[in-house]
Design a protein around this ligand. Structure first.
Ligand SMILES: N[C@@H](CCC(=O)N[C@@H](CS)C(=O)NCC(=O)O)C(=O)O
Length: 120
């Protein structure tokens, strides 16, 4: 951890870790998003193209939550980046907005969604 010469660290509480871990495993598709983020719209559009069952997807718009930055810090720990969107399919991180769009264009997204049971 930082100390006076180190970089700023946001501590992530066990509650936030538990919350995020839980959400990721709660639905076949989970998107950490911000309402105004165009990359999040890209990801949502790509998922829509593939007719994801609405009951099988959880979209969290995190910008108004008091624990927003803590969630993003933990997402960075899990995925390597704190930007939104962070898209998980079948509990596995598949990428951000550009990645999700690319997987849609090359046809891979459908298979991932199918394997995760998100289309039933
Ligand atoms: N290439 C990334 C770009 C994502 C991005 O730049 N997201 C912005 C919001 S539109 C972001 O997370 N900014 C930092 C923040 O909101 O904490 C992707 O496709 O997901």
């Amino acid at each position: 951890m930082g100390g006076i010469l180190g970089h700023q660290t946001t501590m992530v509480s066990d509650e936030v870790k538990f919350f995020v871990d839980n959400v990721i495993s709660s639905k076949p598709v989970v998107v950490f998003s911000k309402t105004y983020c165009p990359y999040c719209t890209k990801a949502k559009t790509a998922l829509n193209h593939n007719s994801v069952n609405p009951a099988k997807i959880e979209i969290l718009e995190i910008e108004k939550r008091p624990d927003c930055s803590e969630i993003q810090t933990y997402l960075k720990e899990l995925t390597g980046a704190s930007s939104v969107p962070r898209v998980f399919i079948g509990g596995k991180f598949i990428g951000g907005g550009d990645d999700t769009e690319r997987l849609d264009r090359n046809g891979e997204l459908k298979g991932l969604l199918q394997a995760a049971g998100a289309l039933d």
